[in-house]
Design a protein around this ligand. Structure first.
Ligand code: PEP
Ligand code: MG
Length: 587
């Protein structure tokens, strides 16, 4: 690609986290590197092999440096992972075969190394042995580094991002996203992904503008390109012209002044024009987000995704470490409630470096995840339950289980919780005996059996991100089918109505803590359907509150009734959007 005067390129993706950023791109390639292929002249062949040797030496130095840092900052056990990486560089077969391939074909050394290492990775991946399969990952990592060094590319480690850059990646994992330095990452753009993928939820909570689902953008840009990222409308504009920059400056001003208007309602109560109060809560991923919960005057925390405490840890946090973390949140928000969700690890959130606990699965979202994983890792689960119970003595904690599929599973979880209560009682450790224990409704079987689950629950919280994905059989992280992920699908609405009816029949309150709750286009529909509480990323509270203060609950109920009578998702969406536009003007 020519780096000279390049044309403006506009790519439409999915708006994932609000905000506008302008800056230079940092291309983060995890698995795919474009390897140029060309013939090397016979007289340059000695130099080509020397180039390979130099790249191996540099790679060795880089890995040794990382190993030292990890040893210093985390510990020797974790640093040992990098011994395996160093061993790859000593592998006679890999290096020797690359040179032989080069001598036989005369193709450039990157091509030969890429072919040989890919063959090795594939061979390891197919071996039916956990340890050897793991080595495929080591090999892939190291091969990538060697290729980057051969191609003269910068070391692509996200957590080494020093400048203020827009990160453009094929995809990133939730833990990579959580390790982003918010002062260094101006914005995040990914080829794949969706609004509800966990990596994006994390970016949103860090207030990093994000656009996802831009397909092959990583192949169309290069490090250092300038770009505008529009996280409101899902646009990426690479090499913007002067006039675009000017226009965007104006748009940004307008959006800023609208945001200022939104902030005016920040301190005011969430009450509709006909006097109905709505409870608005915050979703958090880390305990240090309590500041935001207070800043946006949330009525408490409706969802604390505790797995993020585990995801970036070098080892499983102890009961005491967890207790201190939960206590910090509960205590600083008391007397407001904090709903602590038990671990939702697995699926797209495995703990890295723990292959034994998180075996590779071909269908992770339907696999060994959340409560299923906890019920089979009882010691880890019970440590968490005790930590939450102990935290409940310091404010108003509530507990809820993710991914419950039916009454038996819920009974098993509750039985373990009872065991934990007994253990604490026998040790005279204080906890709140009346702590409410609720159930997340995010699997269709749970929605259908809501009446049965209600008998064992103090409240329901609907995880629409998962409920939609499982109801419609649409992988929430897959950009190819993202257009089919329709929150307004009649099946979703009917399911929500059913859950609310059963919850209210049993005198339980029901909240929505999926991303739908924080979208002002959907919030009136949810409230009209009878949802009692909306829980969302703190930064979204003002826009939802603004809308609530501009509508009547009677209108929201009429909207829900009308929507339930319609037969298609786009029609329902159009009604919701019209409802929103009639009440909120950005200009
Ligand atoms: C949900 O599924 O809607 C939810 C809130 O949980 P998570 O996004 O963490 O799966
Ligand atoms: Mg969920």
């Amino acid at each position: 690609m020519d780096s000279g005067a390049r044309n403006e390129l506009t790519v439409q993706g999915i708006a994932a986290s609000q905000g506008i950023a302008y800056g230079q791109i940092f291309v983060y390639l995890q698995n795919e590197i474009e390897v140029p292929s060309y013939q090397v002249e016979p007289e340059k062949r000695i130099e080509e092999v020397a180039r390979f040797d130099r790249a191996l030496v540099v790679t060795r130095q880089q890995i040794a440096k990382i190993k030292n840092e990890v040893e210093k900052n985390i510990g020797p056990e974790e640093a040992a992972i990098f011994d395996a990486h160093l061993m790859v560089l000593e592998d006679e077969a890999l290096i020797g075969e690359t040179i032989r391939e080069f001598e036989a074909t005369g193709r450039n050394i990157e091509t030969c190394f890429h072919q040989v290492s890919t063959r090795y990775v594939q061979a390891f991946e197919q071996i039916d042995d956990e340890y050897l399969r793991e080595r495929a990952g080591d090999l892939r990592d190291v091969a990538q580094r060697v290729l980057q060094n051969l191609l003269g590319q910068a070391e692509n480690a996200l957590n080494r991002l020093a400048d203020r850059r827009i990160v453009v990646a094929t995809d990133i994992t939730p833990s990579e996203s959580a390790s982003l330095d918010r002062s260094a990452a101006l914005a995040l753009v990914t080829d794949s992904g969706s609004r509800t993928s966990h990596a994006v939820i994390v970016a949103r909570s860090m207030k990093i503008p994000a656009v996802v689902g831009v397909r092959d953008l990583t192949k169309r840009v290069r490090d250092g390109d300038w770009a505008i990222i529009d996280g409101y409308d899902g646009l990426v504009i690479v090499n913007p012209s002067e006039s675009t920059l000017f226009r965007y400056g104006k748009i940004q001003e307008r959006k800023k002044s609208f945001e200022a208007r939104l902030l005016e309602v920040n301190r005011l109560p969430a009450v509709t024009l006909d006097g109905v109060g709505v409870s608005l809560m915050a979703n958090i991923e880390k305990s240090d987000e309590v500041g935001q919960v207070q800043e946006f005057f949330a009525d408490g925390v409706g969802l604390y995704r505790t797995e993020f405490l585990f995801l970036n840890a070098a080892r499983i946090p102890t009961e005491q470490e967890q207790f201190l973390d939960y206590k910090r949140v509960v205590e600083s928000l008391a007397p407001k409630p904090v709903v602590i969700r038990t671990l939702d690890l697995g699926g797209d959130k495995p703990m890295s470096g723990n292959a034994e606990l998180f075996p590779k699965e071909s269908n992770p979202f339907m696999g060994f995840r959340a409560i299923r994983w906890c019920l089979e890792n009882r010691d880890i689960f019970k440590n968490q339950l005790r930590a939450i119970l102990r935290a409940s003595a310091h404010g108003k904690a509530c507990l809820m289980y993710p991914m419950i599929s039916g009454a038996d599973e819920l009974a098993r979880a509750n039985a373990l919780l009872e065991e934990c209560r007994e253990e604490l009682r026998s040790r005279n450790v204080p906890f709140d005996a009346g702590m409410e224990v609720g159930t997340m409704i995010e699997i269709p079987s749970a929605a259908v059996t809501a009446d049965l689950l209600a008998r064992q629950s103090a409240f329901f919280s609907i995880g629409t991100n998962d409920l939609i994905q499982y109801t419609l059989a649409i992988d929430r992280g897959n950009d190819r089918i993202a257009h089919l992920y329709e929150p307004t699908h009649p099946a979703v609405l009917r399911s929500l109505r059913h859950i609310v009816t059963e919850a209210h029949r049993a005198k339980l309150e029901v909240s929505v803590c999926g991303e739908m709750a924080g979208d002002p286009v959907f919030a009136p529909l949810l409230l009209g359907l009878g949802i009692d509480t909306l829980s969302m990323s703190p930064a979204w509270l003002p826009s939802v509150k603004y809308l609530i203060r501009s509508m009547t609950m009677a209108d929201a109920r009429a909207l829900a009734d009308e929507a339930l009578a319609l037969g298609s998702a786009p029609e329902i969406y159009a009604r919701c959007e019209a409802f929103y536009r009639a009440r909120v003007r950005i200009e």
